[in-house]
Design a protein around this ligand. Structure first.
Ligand SMILES: Nc1ncnc2c1ncn2[C@@H]1O[C@H](COP(=O)(O)OP(=O)(O)OP(=O)(O)O)[C@@H](O)[C@H]1O
Length: 383
């Protein structure tokens, strides 16, 4: 990619230096050339599984582990905070596993375990099972299950463990490969959880016997703040993704833009980074994202998205933020993303005047400040 006359291999040495200096030194010393080199480099081909990538040791190890284990997985759990890439990881394991020829069927765990949906006394959704026949059923957000639903999950695990092997599944389906009603059987079942299901100190909100079964094979997606060295590469990946999707040429991060990204805490993880990059790509009038193009980060997501509280106390231990300004700004940015930055259309959709929209965007969001990022206005400083 890019219009530079130098090849990426010629750049790779200086790109490596640029990455290191961006991570370890003051942003004021970052040169235009170094940042351009960084954006144009190929990032030394970090391991990649179905678009899930990372160059930090923890991500390298995870991706290699996924590549190694994918062909043999039957039942496993992906654990990590919201937006860390659990769904992407599940898709990657599906694409590289024994059920790759079958469908990938994501389903909220709390919807799957809804007795009425299956009818006929079924304690889980037979429709979802049929859809996922010989593929992967991905039961998302298992930590949100109520105690009754956890009991259903225990029954489901027992049922699944006693099903015939993949080899004999052919006999279960009809001749054209479609399952006959009530006989759908996924080859793989994956679960996701945003919080650890196993607690060292009881009492736990989750049935510990069930958690042990789910943890037999577990992949942990690290929070973005635990692998900051991945931020430049992820930002570049997301910029390229944006450019392709929106057909707008954005080449990379301009001078001074990486520093605020490295300083931020990323409570919303890669999803939040994606939102920030998308908003900046929409905003920029240059081919490079400038600090002034960055939105105030923490306003893009509510500071702490409260989890669905369950009777056994499955709610997040973090204090949820219901700050009205934060919610309004989050919504406004979502609408702006939807209208691809068209403020007139966004104002119409929101049912407000354009000047009101500008006022919301210009407002100083004092309540969104993070300790490391005290003034999240549109201009993130003068670096
Ligand atoms: N390592 C990565 N490389 C590229 N994109 C990533 C990576 N991790 C996550 N993403 C992107 O970040 C966004 C959030 O990822 P995903 O939906 O998989 O997270 P999640 O953990 O399942 O979130 P939630 O628990 O809130 O459902 C997606 O757009 C995904 O493509």
């Amino acid at each position: 990619m890019g219009s530079t006359a130098r090849s990426s291999s010629q750049w790779s040495g200086s790109a490596k230096g640029a990455a290191s200096s961006l991570l370890h030194s003051s942003p004021q010393h970052t040169s235009v050339q170094a940042v351009s080199a960084y954006a144009e480099s190929e990032f030394e081909n970090p391991p990649n599984i179905f678009g899930l990538t990372g160059r930090s040791p923890v991500m390298r190890q995870l991706i290699l582990q996924m590549q190694r284990m994918a062909p043999r997985l039957t039942l496993f759990t992906l654990e990590g905070e919201d937006g860390t890439g659990k769904t992407l990881a599940a898709r990657a394991l599906h694409a590289n596993g024994s059920a790759a020829d079958g469908p990938f069927v994501p389903c909220l765990a709390s919807r799957f375990f809804t007795p009425s949906e299956g009818g006929g006394g079924a304690r889980w959704s037979t429709a979802a099972l049929e859809q996922a026949h010989r593929g992967m059923l991905f039961l998302d957000r298992v930590h949100q299950l109520s105690p009754d639903q956890q009991d259903m999950l225990a029954d489901f695990l027992r049922w699944f463990d006693h099903q015939p092997s993949q080899a004999s599944q052919l006999e279960l389906g009809s001749q054209d490969g479609e399952p006959t009603p009530g006989t759908g059987l996924p080859a793989q079942v994956a679960f996701s959880s945003s919080i650890p299901l196993r607690k060292a100190d009881p009492p736990s909100p989750f049935r510990q016997d069930v958690a042990s079964r789910l943890y037999a094979v577990r992949f942990r997606l690290p929070a973005l703040r635990e692998r900051r060295e991945d931020i430049p590469m992820l930002a570049q990946t997301l910029i390229q993704r944006f450019s392709r999707a929106y057909r707008k040429t954005v080449r990379g991060l301009g001078p001074g833009t990486i520093a605020p990204l490295l300083r931020h805490g990323w409570p919303g993880n890669v999803r939040e980074l994606d939102q920030v990059i998308t908003a900046a790509c929409l905003e920029t009038t240059s081919q490079w994202i400038r600090p002034i193009d960055l939105p105030p980060f923490s306003s893009l997501i509510p500071q702490s998205v409260p989890l669905n509280p369950g009777p056994r106390g499955t709610e997040s231990t973090e204090e949820p933020s219901w700050n009205l300004d934060a919610v309004i700004r989050f919504h406004v940015h979502k609408v702006l993303q939807h209208t691809r930055g068209n403020k007139l259309r966004a104002a119409k959709l929101l049912g407000v005047s354009r000047s009101t929209l500008y006022r919301v965007l210009a407002a100083e969001p004092a309540t969104f400040a993070t300790p490391n990022h005290p003034s999240p206005t549109r201009n993130h400083g003068t670096e």
